[in-house]
Design a protein around this ligand. Sequence first.
Ligand SMILES: [Zn+2]
Length: 176
Amino acid sequence: MTLSLGRDILNFMYFYVINEIMKILTHPDKGLSSRSKPVDINDITSLRMKKLAADMVKMMLKADGAGLAAPQIGRSLRLAVINTKDGPLIIFNPKFKKKSLTKEWGEEGCLSVPGYFGEVRRHKKITCEYFNEKGEKKILNAKGLLARVIQHETDHLDGILFIAKARNLKNILDRV
Ligand SMILES: [Zn+2]
C-alpha cells in the first residue's frame, strides 16, 4: 500500500516534471503551423534524440494519445511516436512511398486541439519509409487506424492540423 502510494506519487512527479519541460502546444500556437526540419541521419542515434523520443513516448502514453509529433512539443524535427498494438513506434523522417487511391472518413482528435473531434478523409492504405531509433531505414505497410495515425502525425510535421481537413467538427464540451 505504502509502496504503491509512493510509486504513484513518483509517477505523478515524473509526469509533472516531464510536463513542465515538454509542454504540449495547443492551437493556434505558431509552432504547430510550420514545416519541421529533417533529422540528420547521424543525429538519430544520439543520446539527445534517444531521450527526446523516450520522453515523447512516455508523454503520449500518459496523455492516452494515439501518436505525438515533435512539433507538438515545440521541436521542429521530423520525428513522431505512434501507439501501436505491438508497442510504441518511433519514426524519423517519414516519407510516403505509396498511398492507396481509396480514401475513407474516420473520426480524429488531437492533443494539440483539446476537446475537438471531427471526421477526416485519409488514404486507406499507405507505404511509409522511415528511419527507426537505431538509424535503420524501414518500410511499413499500414492500413486502417495505423495508416490514419501515421497520416495525422506526418501532417503535423508539415504544419497541418486535422481541423484544417475535418468535417462535422465538434467540441465534446458542447455535447453535455
Ligand atoms: Zn495531432
